[in-house]
Design a protein around this ligand. Sequence first.
Ligand code: FE2
Length: 373
Amino acid sequence: MNVAYPAAQFDSDIAAIAGFADLLRTGFENPEGIVGTILFSIPEYPDQRFIVRCTDELLIERDDLERATDTQVIIPVATIHRIFNEFKVLDWRDPAIIGTITFTGNLALANHLAKSCIRPSNWTMARFRKAARIHAAKGYRHLTEVDYLHQPTQRQILEVMEESRPVIVTGLEPTPPCEDWSIDRLADCYRDAVVRVRSATQRQTMAEFVAELKAFEANPYDEMIEGFVKPYTEGANLPEEMFDNFGPLFFDPEDFAPPQLWLGSVPTHIPTSSLHRDPLTGFLQQVIGRKRLELYSADQAELLYPMKSYNNYQPCWFKPDAPNYEIFPKAQVANSLSVTLNPGELLVQPAGWFHQVYAVDSPNMSVSYFWRY
Ligand SMILES: [Fe+2]
């Protein structure tokens, strides 16, 4: 399934706008049958606006542009060019992108379409193919228990990655992370570390975040209102102050992408990360509370309905926590390996394994980092 889009050089803005519509159309999938219309306006080129209609496929309509649509998107031409330059790495959370676009009306529709713009690199697709080959040859879909390694050497970790086999590492103590961490201890040790940046003017320190977290834990999810932001850091960059205790293990820090912090109050019955896979080997270090992961081998991709448009990670249409076997019948025969991670344990998850993550306890804290190679 090669859906990589040719990296066209769009000399003119007009060609870029036409190419953008084509990118949306060719990346679109709609297994859940979402319907609706979206008007895309480009402020610099009012007469180049167009309407997309979500059906089984995406229809681009350029007539009758005055009619009402469910969603309206205003996107500057510079952002359209940027999408073309970056679609293999594009991150919609990047304020330099999302901050330039105006949305009104049904935002779920815009969200659905945003996925259509991204594409995997050939390198990423090759990683997934290689993982699928190894997993099929080793019969990983039938694994029922994860292996444990106590205080492994770097060489053992390399062997695990070579075999593309997930393992849980134990014996990291007495060096933290350990059972002794709590949100109070975090607030004491890292009072002024910035853990969450929400905008140019809104940044939250550990002390402020923990105070918000404690207030929330006293009354969790009682008053869910629109625009509510749950007290969860959602993979924010790990503050440098925390590297000594929670920074990457086994290899040099430069061998890893910047570590991410997953700290906060999270519902335990819905996934903290929905089913997806990553093209790099992930290290997940558990610090506070437990996490549970459902792992699916890469050779089961066809059973999990992975999205064809993705770049840094590949989400699936199928949701194991709310399975719809009428739309996704093949998922009935998918096998998962269930893994529970306790505080002080670290999961090494080689590239290509599909995973869905749940917090078993709240509050919860993990640190994750990807090996670059
Ligand atoms: Fe992941």
